[in-house]
Design a protein around this ligand. Structure first.
Ligand SMILES: [Zn+2]
Length: 380
């Protein structure tokens, strides 16, 4: 069954940066958008109402993890992932290709699929692109990703080429699988930082009718220059009327650069993982919540932020929570980091609408750019 066309309506452009509405059966999403990662159906230690209150509109789940636990049938019987998790809003499920290939459990890749050992109990499992679509149909997320082959960043060219060829074939086979009416299948462009392979992969996928295009295989250890160059290449090639999703990127400066290059969707565990480890982003730079310097610091984490951590608590108290190891600290720091990214993108969308995106990015450069950071391609 062919699902209906995904509605993606561009509302403003500034250079290559763009704002759009993405309309799903579970609600509208403003892009550029960042997706908090709910790998196994939960954004660690944070509940859906809190996510909504800090500005989340689209959540990401992982088909591979949810297949192992609790199993797609449990989720399907609950009415789908949005209802099972209590989020009740737009969701995307990643296939889990990245997890199968990165957990070190891979046994063999054949044209039929991937044979690997479960990261939970070591049992031997087989996942085909068709299995992956069946699982995602049961999970019922609005946006769905095909199973792809994800070689490491330093893989030799021949391995990258085989990964591209197999990923394209698997994406085509995925397109032939039935989804629910409200679900839309994206394609994932692979090819490492190899220009020719990226172009070949994108062109072969663009010949098919995918609802959107993801750029996979970046932020896996390549240089920032190579990452930005590849993102720019992809944004220049991929169709303007479909959403472009840069997978696994969540560093605030990278978000600003890649929005500027024309990317629309992002996901990363960075804000919540950093939060649980006691590192937060603020308008003045990074802050380490374990630092003794905060022991009697009664300011909020970030005086410009309106999140629950900043409006209700002091740095001294948050440091105390981390010292005593209470989960409230993890939750508040996670919420703050998510709010930081959502506010950053709210500002980006406003700046795009007002035609001053370059100026907006320049205003963040000193706070967010790492020392010796890479030049932003095409934007001076
Ligand atoms: Zn805050």
């Amino acid at each position: 069954m062919k699902s209906s066309r995904l509605r993606f309506r561009l509302i403003a452009e500034d250079g290559s940066a763009r704002c759009a509405w993405l309309e799903t059966a579970h609600g509208r999403v403003q892009t550029p958008a960042f997706m908090p990662v709910a790998t196994i159906g939960v954004v660690k230690s944070v509940d859906p109402a809190e996510l909504r209150s800090v500005g989340a509109e689209l959540l990401l789940g992982n088909a591979y993890h949810l297949w192992l636990r609790p199993g797609p049938t449990v989720v399907e019987k609950a009415g789908g992932l949005a209802r099972f998790t209590g989020w009740n809003g737009p969701m995307l499920t990643d296939s889990g290709g990245f997890q199968v290939f990165s957990l070190g459990s891979l046994v063999r890749v054949t044209p039929e699929g991937a044979l690997f050992k479960s990261h939970l109990d070591g049992s031997l499992r087989f996942l085909s692109p068709e299995d992956c679509m069946t699982i995602q149909r049961q999970l019922g997320a609005d946006l769905v990703m095909p199973l792809d082959v994800c070689p490491p960043a330093d893989a030799p060219e021949e391995e990258l080429r085989q990964a591209v060829n197999l990923s394209v074939e698997w994406a085509r086979r995925s397109l032939a699988c039935p989804l629910a009416e409200h679900q839309h299948l994206f394609a994932i462009v692979q090819g490492g930082v190899d220009r020719d392979l990226r172009v070949q992969c994108a062109q072969e996928l663009m010949a098919e009718d995918f609802a959107g295009f993801a750029v996979g295989g970046l932020a896996v250890g390549e240089s920032k220059e190579a990452m930005y160059r590849t993102v720019q290449l992809m944004a220049d090639i991929l169709p303007a009327d479909r959403p472009r999703y840069l997978m696994g990127v969540g560093d605030p400066w990278d978000l600003l650069v890649c929005v500027g290059l024309g990317m629309d969707l992002f996901d990363s565990v960075l804000p919540t993982r950093n939060g649980r480890h006691g590192t937060v982003w603020t308008a003045e730079g990074k802050l380490n919540l374990h630092g003794a310097a905060l022991a009697e610091d009664y300011q909020p984490l970030d005086g410009t932020c309106d999140c629950p951590a900043c409006t209700g608590y002091t740095r001294a108290y948050l440091r105390h929570l981390f010292r005593v190891g209470d989960s409230l600290g993890w939750r508040l720091a996670s919420l703050h980091n998510l709010r930081f990214l959502f506010r950053l993108l709210e500002g980006a969308r406003q700046a795009i609408k007002e035609g001053r995106y370059d100026e907006y990015v320049a205003g963040w450069r000193d706070v967010l750019q790492q020392p010796g950071g890479a030049r932003v391609p095409g934007r001076g």
